[in-house]
Design a protein around this ligand. Structure first.
Ligand code: HEC
Ligand code: HEC
Ligand code: HEC
Ligand code: HEC
Ligand code: HEC
Ligand code: HEC
Ligand code: HEC
Ligand code: HEC
Ligand code: HEC
Ligand code: HEC
Length: 343
C-alpha cells in the first residue's frame, strides 16, 4: 500500500514536471526599470506567451535539453502594470514597469537566478561574454563610448557580488563614476550656475553610458530634441502659430548660447545676454544708444517700473517669436513699446 502510494505520487510529480511551466527569469511581480526584459522559462513543447497588458512578447527561440524545452522571449513593457499568460497552462506573469530607478527593482545577476542558466551559458565576469545575452544594437548605433567599445565593462560595473548582486555601478552617483576618467565635470562643479540635471549629478539623463546615435553619446537629437525632452513648455511655445526661430537656433541648436552643464552666468549662458548677442551681432556692441530708434538706449538703464536692466533680450526673444525681428510683440501700433512705456 505504502509502495503503491509512493509510486502513485512519483507518477504525479513526473507528470507535473512534464507539463509545468517554470519561469527562470524574471520573478513574478517584479518591479523593473527597463521597457525591455527577457523572459526565459521551461515548459512542454508548444507553449506560448499571451499578452494581456503590455506591448509585445517577442518569441526568440526554444532550445530543448533532455526533453525540457527552454523558451526565450523578449518582453516589451508599457509603463505601469503588465500582465502575460503562458499557455496552455495559463500561468500568469505580472510585472510593474517604473521608469525611475528604484533600489527595490528586480536584479537578475544574483547567484540563485544565474545558476538556472549555467547549463547553456557561461556567466563568468568577462566583458566578451556579456554580449551573448545583452544584445546591444551593434552597428546601428554610430557612437561608442571609449571603454564600452573596448569591452571594459568593469571600469564602471563592479565584477564581484555586492549585497548579493553583481555588476552594480562603481560610484554612488553618475558624477563620481564619470569623473573617474573625465576631469571637466570637476571644473563645471565649481561654476556659479549649474543646470538642473547636472546639479542633480544625473549625467545619464542626457548621455548614454554605452553607445548612441548622436555625438557625445547624447540620448536625443542634440539641436533641440534633447532640451525639449524636459523643457516641455518651450516645445509648446515653439509650436505656436506663425512662430519663427532665431535662425541661429535652427542652425546650431540651444548649446550655442547655453552650456548644458554649468557656467558663471545666469541661465548657464556663456556670458551676459548682451555679450552673447553682440558676439554674433557686433555692430550693436559699438553703440550705447540709437537702436531701435534714434537716441534709444540699447543696454544699461533700468526699465521703468522694474529692477531689471535693459538689454537685447528685453525686446527680442532670443529663441524666436511669431513677430518680425524676434520681437516680443508686433511693431505695428508701437505694441512692442508698450511692454515698458505707457503712452
Ligand atoms: C537549454 C539551454 C539554455 C538555457 C538553460 C538558457 N539558455 Fe539562453 N540561450 C541559449 C542558446 C542556445 C542561445 C543562443 C541562441 C543564438 O544562437 O542566438 C541563448 C541566447 C540567450 C539570450 C540572447 C537572446 C537574443 O536576444 O538573441 C539571452 C538574453 C539568454 N539566452 C538568456 C538566458 C537566461 C537569462 C537564462 C537563464 C534564466 C538562459 N538564457 C538559459 C540556450 C539556453
Ligand atoms: C545568461 C545571460 C546573461 C549574461 C551572460 C549576462 N547577463 Fe546581464 N542580464 C541578463 C538578464 C536576463 C538581465 C535582466 C534584464 C533583462 O532581462 O533584460 C540582466 C541584467 C543586467 C544588468 C542590470 C542589473 C541586473 O542585475 O538586473 C546589468 C548591469 C548587467 N546585466 C550586466 C552584465 C554584464 C556586465 C555582463 C557580462 C559580464 C552580463 N550582464 C552578462 C542576462 C545576462
Ligand atoms: C562608462 C561606464 C560604463 C561602461 C564602460 C559600461 N557600462 Fe553598463 N551601465 C553604465 C551605467 C551608468 C548604467 C546605468 C544606466 C542608466 O541608469 O541609464 C549601465 C547599465 C547597464 C546595463 C543595464 C541597463 C541597460 O542599459 O541595459 C547593462 C546590461 C550594462 N550596463 C551592461 C554593460 C556591458 C555589457 C558593458 C561592457 C561591454 C558595460 N555595461 C560597460 C555604465 C557603464
Ligand atoms: C573608464 C574611463 C571612463 C569612464 C568611467 C567614463 N568615460 Fe566617458 N570617455 C572615456 C574615453 C576613453 C572616451 C573617449 C575619448 C575620446 O575618444 O576622445 C570617453 C568619451 C566620452 C564622451 C565623448 C567625448 C567626446 O569628446 O567625444 C562623453 C560625452 C563621455 N565620455 C561621457 C561620459 C559619462 C557621462 C560618463 C559616466 C556615465 C563617462 N563618460 C564615464 C572614458 C571614460
Ligand atoms: C542636460 C543634459 C546634459 C547633462 C545632464 C550632462 N551633459 Fe554632458 N553634454 C551635454 C551636451 C548637449 C553636450 C555637447 C556639448 C556641445 O555640443 O558643445 C555634452 C558634452 C559632454 C562631454 C564632452 C564635451 C566636453 O565639454 O568636454 C562630456 C565629457 C560630458 N558631457 C560629460 C558629462 C558628465 C560627466 C555629466 C554628469 C556629471 C554630464 N555630461 C551631464 C548634455 C548634458
Ligand atoms: C533631464 C531633463 C533636462 C534636460 C534634458 C534639459 N534640462 Fe534644462 N533644466 C532642467 C531642470 C530640472 C531645470 C531646473 C528648473 C528649475 O530650477 O526651475 C532646468 C533649467 C534650465 C535653465 C534655467 C531656467 C531658469 O529659468 O533659470 C535653462 C536655461 C535650461 N535648463 C536650458 C536647457 C538646455 C539648453 C537644454 C539642452 C542642452 C536643457 N535645458 C536640457 C531639466 C532639463
Ligand atoms: C541665441 C542664444 C540662445 C539660444 C540659441 C537659446 N537660448 Fe535660451 N536663452 C537665451 C538668453 C539670452 C536667455 C535669457 C533671457 C533673459 O533672461 O532675458 C535664455 C533663457 C532661457 C531659459 C529661461 C527663460 C525662459 O525663456 O524660460 C530657458 C529655459 C532656455 N533659455 C532654454 C533654451 C532652449 C531649450 C533652447 C533651445 C531650444 C535655447 N534656450 C536656445 C539665449 C539663447
Ligand atoms: C551664435 C551667433 C548668434 C548669437 C549668439 C545671436 N544671434 Fe541673432 N542671429 C544670428 C544669425 C546667423 C542670424 C540670421 C542672419 C542675420 O540676420 O544676421 C540672426 C538674426 C537675428 C535677428 C533678426 C531675425 C529676423 O527675423 O529678422 C535678431 C533680431 C537677432 N538675431 C537678435 C539676437 C539677439 C537679441 C541675440 C542675443 C540674445 C542674438 N541674436 C544672438 C546669429 C546669432
Ligand atoms: C528697446 C527695444 C530693443 C532693444 C533693447 C534692442 N532691440 Fe533690436 N530691434 C528692436 C526693434 C523694435 C526692431 C525692429 C526695428 C526695425 O525693423 O527697424 C529691432 C531690430 C533688430 C534687428 C534686425 C534689424 C537689424 O537692424 O538688423 C537685430 C539684428 C537686432 N534688433 C538686434 C539687437 C541686439 C543685438 C540688441 C542688443 C545689443 C538689440 N537688438 C536691442 C528693439 C530693440
Ligand atoms: C524693454 C523695455 C523697453 C521697450 C520695449 C522700449 N523701451 Fe524705450 N526706453 C526703455 C528704457 C529703459 C529707456 C531709458 C529710460 C531712462 O533713461 O530712464 C527708454 C527710453 C525711451 C525714450 C527716451 C529716450 C531718450 O531720449 O532718453 C523713448 C522716446 C523711448 N524709450 C521710446 C520707445 C519706443 C518708441 C519703443 C518701441 C519701439 C520703446 N521705447 C521700447 C525701455 C524700453
Amino acid at each position: 500500500m505504502r509502495l503503491l502510494c509512493f509510486i502513485f505520487s512519483l507518477l504525479l510529480i513526473l507528470s507535473y514536471c512534464a507539463t509545468a511551466v517554470e519561469i527562470m527569469t524574471p520573478e513574478n511581480n517584479a518591479v523593473v526599470n527597463s521597457g525591455k526584459l527577457y523572459l526565459v522559462f521551461t515548459a512542454t513543447d508548444g507553449a506560448r506567451v499571451v499578452v494581456k497588458r503590455g506591448i509585445e512578447a517577442k518569441f526568440l527561440f526554444v532550445k530543448k535539453e533532455n526533453k525540457v524545452a527552454v523558451y526565450h522571449y523578449l518582453l516589451m513593457l508599457k509603463k505601469g502594470r503588465n500582465l502575460f499568460y503562458i499557455d496552455p497552462e495559463g500561468k500568469a506573469l505580472r510585472l510593474i514597469y517604473k521608469q525611475k530607478n528604484s533600489t527595490i527593482s528586480f536584479k537578475f545577476h544574483r547567484k540563485k537566478i544565474e545558476k538556472r542558466c549555467n547549463k547553456c551559458h557561461s556567466l563568468k565576469a568577462s566583458g566578451k561574454l556579456c554580449f551573448n545575452c545583452h544584445k546591444f544594437k551593434k552597428g546601428s548605433r554610430i557612437y561608442m563610448h571609449g571603454p564600452f567599445a573596448k569591452r571594459k565593462c568593469f571600469s564602471c560595473h563592479s565584477s564581484g557580488y555586492v549585497k548579493g548582486v553583481r555588476f552594480g555601478l562603481k560610484g554612488n552617483s553618475d558624477f563620481s563614476l564619470c569623473s573617474q576618467c573625465h576631469f571637466a565635470p570637476l571644473v563645471w562643479r565649481k561654476m556659479l550656475y549649474q543646470h538642473g540635471p547636472f546639479a542633480a549629478r544625473n549625467c545619464t539623463a542626457c548621455h548614454d553610458p554605452h553607445e548612441g546615435n548622436f555625438r557625445f553619446l547624447l540620448k536625443y537629437e542634440p539641436k533641440k530634441g534633447l532640451c525639449l525632452a524636459c523643457h516641455r513648455d518651450k516645445a509648446k511655445e515653439f509650436s505656436s502659430e506663425g512662430y519663427r526661430f532665431h535662425p541661429i537656433l535652427s542652425a546650431k541648436g540651444c548649446v550655442i548660447c547655453h552650456d548644458p552643464h554649468a557656467s558663471d552666468y545666469p541661465k548657464q549662458l556663456y556670458d551676459t545676454p548682451f555679450k552673447v548677442c553682440i558676439s554674433c551681432h557686433p555692430r550693436f556692441g559699438k553703440i550705447k544708444k540709437g537702436h531701435p530708434i534714434v537716441a534709444h538706449p540699447v543696454v544699461g538703464p533700468l526699465i521703468p517700473g522694474t529692477n531689471e536692466k535693459l538689454t537685447c533680450s528685453s525686446c527680442h526673444n532670443p529663441h524666436g517669436s511669431p513677430y518680425e525681428s524676434l520681437l516680443y510683440a508686433p511693431r505695428a501700433g508701437s505694441r512692442v513699446c508698450l511692454k515698458c512705456h505707457k503712452y
